[in-house]
Design a protein around this ligand. Structure first.
Ligand code: ZN
Length: 147
C-alpha cells in the first residue's frame, strides 16, 4: 500500500514540477477562469474545439501541487476526446473523489487522485481545473469559484 501511495505521489509531484500543456493552444476557441479561494489556486483553461471534439487544450495559472498536477493530467486525459466523452470523464472523476469506489479503467492515470477523497479541502483543488473546463466548454465567460 505504501508503495502504491508513493507511486501516486510521484505522479502528482512530476506533473506539478513539469506541467503538461502549460500554454495557450493555437486556435483556442474558448476559455474560462477558475479560482479556489480556500487554497488560492487559480487556473485558466483554454480549449480549441473542432467538430465537437477537444482538438487541443492547455492551461495557465498557479496553485498548489494538487491543483497544478490535476490540471496537467486533465489536459492529457481529454485531448482529442469528444465533448461528450470529456463530460462523462469529469463525472467519473468527480464521483471517484467524492463518493469513492473503484476507479474505472477510463480514468487511467487520473486514478492517482483517489486518495484525495480523504482530504475534503483538497477535493476542491483537484476538481478546480475540471469545473473550469466544463464552464469553458459551455461557452460561459465567467469565473468558476469553488467554495
Ligand atoms: Zn490547492
Amino acid at each position: 500500500m505504501s508503495e502504491l501511495r508513493e507511486l501516486y505521489q510521484n505522479t502528482i509531484l512530476d506533473h506539478n514540477k513539469q506541467p503538461r500543456n502549460f500554454r495557450v493552444p493555437g486556435g483556442a476557441t474558448c476559455h474560462a477562469d477558475g479560482h479556489n479561494p480556500l487554497c488560492g489556486d487559480k487556473v485558466t483553461v483554454h480549449v480549441a474545439v473542432d467538430g465537437g471534439a477537444l482538438r487541443d487544450i492547455g492551461f495557465q495559472g498557479s496553485g498548489c501541487a494538487i491543483s497544478t498536477a490535476s490540471a496537467s493530467l486533465m489536459t492529457e486525459a481529454v485531448k482529442g476526446k469528444s465533448i461528450e466523452e470529456t463530460l462523462r470523464l469529469f463525472d467519473e472523476f468527480h464521483a471517484l473523489l467524492t463518493t469513492g469506489g473503484e476507479a474505472s479503467e477510463a480514468l487511467g492515470k487520473l486514478a492517482v487522485f483517489g486518495g484525495v477523497r480523504e482530504f475534503p479541502m483538497r477535493v476542491k483543488c483537484a476538481t478546480l481545473a475540471w469545473h473550469t473546463l466544463r464552464t469553458a466548454l459551455g461557452g460561459k465567460h465567467e469565473t468558476v469559484k469553488t467554495e
